[in-house]
Design a protein. Structure first.
Length: 154
């Protein structure tokens, strides 16, 4: 049986595009991590995706995960839209290239290792763990240190 943990993630962007950051909180089964990083120029959606990716990459063991996000883009993208995109050679219903394809492919690969339950929570509603992620993401966006080399303004 896989160990159970909870992950909370959030992305932030000061302008969209603009400086951005992500915040992550992971806990359960004796594990506690806070992770954040800021980028000089990116988008909010990239930060939401990257938060989930970094969270999953940081895990050494295999887990049963409840991943909490306030991003419907992330939640619907990974639970609904991605199957169509993959079958349609990473094109949308309008036959346009999927945005953030580099991150979607990375996330798709990472979730195969774990059992992930995607849980949407409403942002900015005094949810302690999510508020912590929001703060980490905003502070990271205000103090960027990394270049999002894959970001291309669309």
């Amino acid at each position: 049986m896989k160990k159970k943990i909870k992950i909370f993630t959030d992305g932030s962007c000061l302008g969209n595009p603009g400086p951005g950051g992500y915040g992550i909180l992971i806990f359960g089964d004796g594990l506690y991590k806070e992770i954040s990083n800021g980028y000089y120029f990116t988008t909010n959606n990239r930060m939401e995706l990257l938060a989930a990716i970094i969270a999953l990459e940081s895990l050494e063991d295999i887990y049963n995960i409840t991943l909490n996000t306030d991003s419907n883009y992330l939640r619907y993208g990974i639970t609904k839209w991605i199957q169509f995109w993959k079958q349609n050679d990473w094109k949308t219903k309008r036959n346009k290239p999927v945005k953030n394809i580099d991150l979607w492919k990375q996330l798709d690969s990472l979730i195969k290792k774990h059992l992930v339950h995607w849980n949407w929570i409403k942002g900015h509603t005094n949810y302690t763990e999510h508020d912590r992620c929001d703060l980490l993401a905003r502070l990271a966006a205000e103090n960027p240190s990394t270049v999002d080399i894959k970001y291309r303004k669309c």
